[in-house]
Design a binder for this molecule. Structure first.
Ligand code: E4P
Length: 225
């Protein structure tokens, strides 16, 4: 399963690039607005940092507008994915852009039927929003399960990109369900590193080593010549 970072923040994106654990980035208008800098420049900066796919969303809702913005966004870089909302004008644009070889990510997917239509139109990714369904008392992970099953039943090429992920157990469940990608806020990736037994184990290893050094009365490094 690939991991994308769901952020438009340069420092966060650079931090995860350095760690080598993320495969791409997703942004959306809200995330870009949070950065309070010119969205076009911000997007160009992100695309320069990241080698993997970077999703950038259109803000038009009519077919012509979506196509025009989609072409501009795709022109930013060969790794750019045009993010398009799940509306009929959007799906019509996905059909056209995907036939023109432009990668697309259909966002705001809340039902298996929507995912099926997006896949039929040739979307590169569909983004079911797990957390937002959980917020209203529905089961976001069931949606991921259904979409994975449906797309696999017909060997459709569209990849399932689980979005709106709020915690580590949702990440693990998405991996169990066979999602192709999860996009994660920085704080969720940070939490994936954590386990109290890792911290306790490391403390013990280092303390035992220090004990040995005290016993011998000198500093020891097994890795020195
Ligand atoms: C995905 O592409 C979206 O940018 C994102 O995952 C939405 O997450 P939220 O529901 O936490 O805003």
């Amino acid at each position: 399963m690939k991991i994308f970072v769901d952020s438009a923040n340069i420092q966060e994106i650079e931090r995860f690039e350095r760690l080598g654990v993320v495969d791409g980035v997703t942004t959306n208008p809200s995330l870009l607005a949070k950065e309070k800098s010119d969205p076009a420049l911000q997007t160009e900066r992100i695309v320069k940092i990241v080698k993997g796919p970077v999703s950038v969303e259109v803000v038009a809702t009519d077919f012509e507008g979506i196509v025009a913005q989609g072409r501009k966004i795709a022109g930013i870089g060969s790794n750019v994915v045009v993010k398009i909302p799940m509306i009929s004008e959007g799906i019509r644009a996905v059909s056209l852009l995907s036939r023109a070889g432009i990668m697309t990510n259909v966002t705001l997917i809340f039902s298996p039927a929507q995912a099926l239509l997006a896949a039929k139109a040739g979307a590169t990714y569909v983004s079911p929003f797990v957390g937002r369904l959980d917020d209203i008392g529905e089961r976001g992970l069931d949606l991921v399960r259904d979409i994975v099953l449906i797309l696999r039943n017909y060997q459709m090429k569209t990849k399932v990109l689980a979005a709106s992920i709020r915690n580590v157990s949702q990440v693990v469940e998405c991996a169990r369900l066979g999602a192709d990608v999860v996009t994660l806020p920085p704080e969720v990736i940070d939490k994936m590193f954590m386990h109290s037994l890792t911290d306790a184990g490391l403390r013990r290893f280092l303390a035992d080593w220090e004990g040995l050094e005290k016993q011998l009365g000198r500093e020891i490094s097994p890795f020195k010549k």
